[in-house]
Write a protein that binds this ligand. Structure first.
Ligand code: F6R
Length: 609
């Protein structure tokens, strides 16, 4: 989704903003632009395509300033084009605005602005109305004009505003779209996400909904909806800038796949005490709360939703509470049965996914207790939850989620274990054995990751195929969904996952000579069933890649290719079986020449519906 960067200070705004925008490229974009205050005027440059295109048109030496805002756009209203790229200005170009989000009533506002104020629009965007509103309301006080404009706007937005009338400030507003302010020395910043600022600042203000932030060179002031100044604690970023760099890997995705053992160690170390017991420091859910839950709802989108499917297996098995898993965009609009005896678990890497946030609010409104599993500290989902279980995966930059998924799984296991022990539905031996199994995962994963060459060789056999089917049973079915999503989103191969037992109810009609089927068979008690499913597809000419645990016999005779994962308890196998699928998707996409970290049409943080 769109990215915003703003800078005011004694440095070179142009370079700092462009560098910040590059750090936000992972969010996904189709055009970029910058507005700088130069010689008494706001000067705007914007270009469709990559940031390099923008850089090519801002080579003039004199095109620099102490004040500016920049933007990467992910088109919503109006096609990707130079004209629709941000920043947008008002009629006399005294105001420039960058915006992430959607102004829902923009049609109404456009009509009103044209009718009442004779405004002529240059672009098809919703954002342009914001610039005109601020221009119209400007009466010697930019902050007041922004407040008045915001009163008229409905929807989700984070905006950054500069004006040639007041070149000593940036004004920014947040409502339901991410925004942070960075506190520097002799300079201050706004951005959609922390990585954009890390090279310059570690002190961050997390801006809350409906807040207006005013930056000058020496100060950052935050005001609430009633225009009262609010005090905000500084959030100190502890992870270093290098963790948001590629570190010698060709792509962020590959780096993040390889970071999984370390990320899982970190997730576990935050939640296991010296005796190896799950500790829920900072989580206020009591024994009585846990005993009162009659139902758990897990709600998320995409990969996080797939983590929720595994969470269902874990919670139902270990904590013996019925669990429903839903995609957030469905949950929020279907009046689900939720009450004060419901535990609502939201899973989100970014913590900014609008549908997940809306579902969470809906569940809260109905009285549910909200626990979130989130990676980005201080994000909206985290802030609006009763309790937060951070995944501590570190920054995930590649659009395709990998280490966030596996750490989300670890969190789901820990939550299930804790609830099971607290309720008394889980015996000590099982509890301890699952914890032992989890603790052994990082080392086993390190071993598994050494099979990358083997997986690359299989990718060379497969990368030209037109479609791929994924099948599995139980937790393997859930991992199949994730493997299929990974493959399609970065390689653009048409892939499809189906629970293996469902094949013969329709999908098997598509299996023909040469069709590639990836069959996961890591679950002991379902292994023979999977062998039968493999035979069914083989009989129709499919070529099969089997994924099974070391030592499982029977698969090699049937599969055309095999990848084994280290032996482990069935319940935790998804933590490993997904890794070859991530690597396979990666190598296939690489062989197909795809833009792996920034797949077409996708965004890292989906802050619109
Ligand atoms: C796929 C992927 C997406 C996200 C989804 C939810 O690789 O990353 O499917 O999982 O957009 O995002 P978060 O977890 O940030 O809520």
């Amino acid at each position: 989704m769109c990215g915003i960067v703003g800078y005011i200070g004694d440095g070179h705004a142009k370079d700092i903003i462009i560098e910040g925008l590059k750090k936000l490229e992972y969010r996904g974009y189709d055009s970029s632009g910058i507005a700088l205050y130069i010689d008494g005027k706001i000067q705007v440059r914007k270009q469709m395509g990559r940031i390099a295109n923008l850089e090519a048109v801002i080579t003039e030496k004199e095109f620099d300033s102490h004040l500016g805002i920049g933007h990467t756009r992910w088109a919503t209203h109006g096609a990707p084009s130079d004209v629709n790229a941000h920043p947008h200005g008002n009629g006399d170009e005294t105001v420039a605005v960058v915006h992430n989000g959607i102004i829902e009533n923009y049609v109404e506002l456009r009509e009103w602005l044209s009718r009442e104020h004779g405004v002529k629009f240059r672009s098809e965007t919703d954002t342009e109305v914001i610039a005109h509103l601020i221009g119209i309301y400007y009466d010697g006080d930019l902050v007041d004009a922004v407040y008045r404009a915001v009163e008229k706007m409905k929807g989700a937005y984070a905006i950054g505003v500069v004006s040639s009338h007041e070149p000593d400030k940036i004004v920014a507003v947040r409502k339901d779209s991410p925004l942070v302010a960075g506190l520097g020395e002799g300079c201050n910043f706004i951005a959609s996400d922390i990585p954009a600022l890390l090279r310059h600042v570690r002190k961050i203000y997390l801006i809350e909904n409906n807040e207006v932030v005013v930056l000058t060179t020496g100060d950052i002031k935050i005001f609430n909806q009633d225009r009262k100044e609010v005090h905000r604690e500084v959030f100190h970023v502890t992870w270093d800038a290098a963790s948001a760099e590629k570190d010698g890997f060709d792509h962020f995705m590959l780096k993040e796949i390889h970071e999984q053992p370390k990320a899982i160690e970190e997730t576990l170390s935050r939640r296991l005490d010296a005796d190896g017991l799950v500790k829920l420091d900072g989580i206020r859910m009591t024994k009585e709360d846990i005993e009162s839950f009659q139902k758990v709802y897990i709600v998320a989108c995409g990969t996080a939703y797939h983590a929720g499917l595994i969470g269902k297996h874990a919670i139902e098995k270990l904590a013996k509470i019925p669990v429903e898993v839903d995609v957030a965009s469905e949950f929020r609009y279907r009046d689900p049965f939720v009450d004060d005896k419901t535990l609502f678990i939201a899973i989100s890497q970014s913590g900014e996914t609008l549908d997940t946030l809306a579902a969470l609010r809906e569940a809260k409104r109905k009285g549910a207790r909200v626990l979130s599993v989130v990676n980005v500290v201080g994000s909206s989902v985290a802030r609006e939850s009763d309790d937060v279980f951070y995944t501590w995966a570190g920054p995930e930059i590649a659009v395709a989620s990998t280490k966030a998924y596996t750490t989300q799984l670890v969190c789901m296991y820990l939550i299930a274990l804790f609830m099971g022990r607290t309720k008394g539905s889980l015996d000590v031996e099982t509890y301890q054995s699952v914890i032992r199994e989890l603790s052994a995962i990082p080392e086993k994963l390190r071993g598994l990751l050494t099979k990358e060459e083997e997986i690359d060789a299989i990718a060379k056999d497969l990368y030209r195929c037109e479609s791929v089917f994924f099948i599995g049973r139980g937790p393997d079915a859930s991992v199949s969904f994730e493997g299929s999503l990974k493959l399609k989103e970065i390689s653009y191969i048409n892939s499809f996952a189906v629970a293996a037992g469902e094949l013969k109810h329709g999908t098997i009609a598509l299996i023909e000579q040469g069709t590639v089927v990836i069959a996961l068979a890591t679950q002991e008690r379902l292994f023979d069933k999977m062998l039968s499913n493999i035979q069914e597809v083989k009989a129709r000419g499919a070529r099969v890649l089997g994924i099974a645990k070391e030592g499982n016999v029977g698969m090699e005779q049937q599969a055309d290719w095999m990848i084994t994962i280290p032996d482990c308890h069935d319940d935790v196998a998804p933590l490993m079986s997904v890794v070859p699928l991530q690597l396979l998707a990666y190598h296939i996409a690489k062989l197909r020449g795809c833009d792996i970290d920034k797949p077409k049409n996708l965004a890292k943080s989906v802050t619109v519906e």
